[in-house]
Design a protein around this ligand. Sequence first.
Ligand code: TSJ
Length: 643
Amino acid sequence: MDKDERTQLEAYDASEIQVLEGLEAVRKRPGMYIGTTSADGLHHLVYEIVDNSIDEALAGFCTRITVQINADGTVTVKDNGRGIPVDIQPQTGRPALEVVFTVLHAGGKFGGGGYKVAGGLHGVGASVVNALSEWLVAEVHKDGKIYQMKFSRGDITQEMKVVGTTDRTGTTVTFKPDAEMFDTVDFDYDTLHTRMREQAFLNAGLQIRTVDLRPDREQEDVMCYEGGIREFVTYLNRNKTALHSQVIYMNGSNDDGEAEIALQYNSGYNERILSFANNIRTSEGGMHETGFKTALTRALNAYGTRMGILKNEEKVSGEDCREGITAVVSVKLSDAQFEGQTKTKLGNASMRTLVDSIVYDKLSVFFEENPATGKQILDKALTASRAREAARKARESIRNKSGLESGGMPEKLKDCNEKDPALCEIYIVEGDSAAGSANQGRDSRFQAVLSMWGKMLNVEKARMDKVYKNEKLQPVIAALGAGIGDDFNVEKLRYHKIIIMADADVDGSHIRTLLLTFFFRYMRPLIENGYVYSAVPPLYKLTRGKQQRVAYSDAERDRISAEMRGDNPNAKVDISRYKGLGEMDKEELWETTMDPEKRTLRRITLGDAIEADQIFSLLMGEEVEPRRQWIESNAKYVVNLDI
Ligand code: TSJ
């Protein structure tokens, strides 16, 4: 062995040790690397892989990406980029392809000086996916050859070798997530499809195809949007009535990066601003979003003053300017700083300056050239300003309102004795009979019950002042004790578990959708802090002789039924379906749905709430045609409308 060879081997040994330690750490604490081992974490594996193909597209070398769930439940991601480099890296003495999959944080940071735009927020790379896969196969088409390499749970199971010839270039990765590491390994097509659609909107002209090949679940979607985020805004407003037909689009760049903004107002009252940095959703906002908001307010006020619509120092507030807006703000920059609790807040001040100047300048020009649209938007902001004033008055009157017992609590609330919010729960129950069982069955030391009944307010069509005064929602507002809208203060919240308990039928899902939409629009921190839950009542009761059990799903029903039968194939197990919560007596309800030792609660995420909000807009909004279409295509599911 000569000196060079020895040096290389030592380097290899050293890197191997580091590799094993690195990837072992991933398997020991997967949550540290992918956030969670729930379904979210599982899907995150796919995004980690796809991010690499999108980086290749951003660099200008890839035009098509396919994300495919295979018949056996594994996933394949394929692109037509240059192919991951296969040459030996001088630092490690190993092929770059191997390093990508065996060294933590290696993704995208080798060869050609890297990309202008850095990779994903959680861009821990492909090695994490390797570490958490039962097996993974990578194939690279490059320089006329097909290179292949295989891995398992972080280890190399087949060194890189040439397995054929090819006339194209690109990378294909197939992996099977390790069932030992995840709560579930069942990929959800809709989840992948939704995420990929978002990526297709954010990367104009890039074609992304999603495919499901699993038996009885076959489907496919091809997404490619030449209009990019313009089409994203059109899509987000698809169930709303647009205030102006054109989506307003603006872009620009400086030394630090580039920014694109698209917006369109609708006839509704909600603000929907989606912001992204390097294709990553910045849910907590940040500098780019701030720049957008301040420039929008300034541009509208300047235009109003110039046109004489705003007189005598009259002004519209930022919030007024954003009523009914749907906007997408997307920036791409070289050293994105992610801050905030969930690292989804952009910290780069240069993006505030950039977005601010683009929006102020281009919007001012747009208003000059389209005065009718400018006036419509300004009128809307002025109406919002007046409604806000009316709402403030209504809010004040809430405090001296009847329907509240002494101490300010509603009659329909059966409160608990405990006063520490962290220990208190409130069940919001639909229907009087279910509420009766819940009242009697609860542990009144820490569980409160609030019953709701009858038809609820349509929050979609109501302005804020109507919502505050609504007799169905007032008890909820009063019981939670934390105010509403701008006044909402999560510190005053009286219960840290808010549990929606409703039947799995149309009425139940109606009330659930309404409550979620209400929380989403008027008490969002409730959802952001994870305080909202859905109770999970059982679906079946199984009886054999004196023995009784319950099941929460069809699969569980079959398993328990087999268990109860035991070795006796003739034993008769009686299975009945619960028709609703009202059918259960207080003991049954306590044992199956309320006892913290035995119950299941589903925590409502912001994603659930956004989806409820969308369904809600669709079902309750002004647009008739999309609603009719939705009901038609979901007719058979409506009974189980779940959120
Ligand atoms: F990382 C990975 F394995 F997860 C992965 C990477 C998975 C998939 C499906 C695709 C990719 C990928 C990587 N697609 N395209 C690339 N490109 C590169 O890695 C590449 C190619 C050429 C050069 C160069 O400088 O010549 C540099 C890079 C980073």
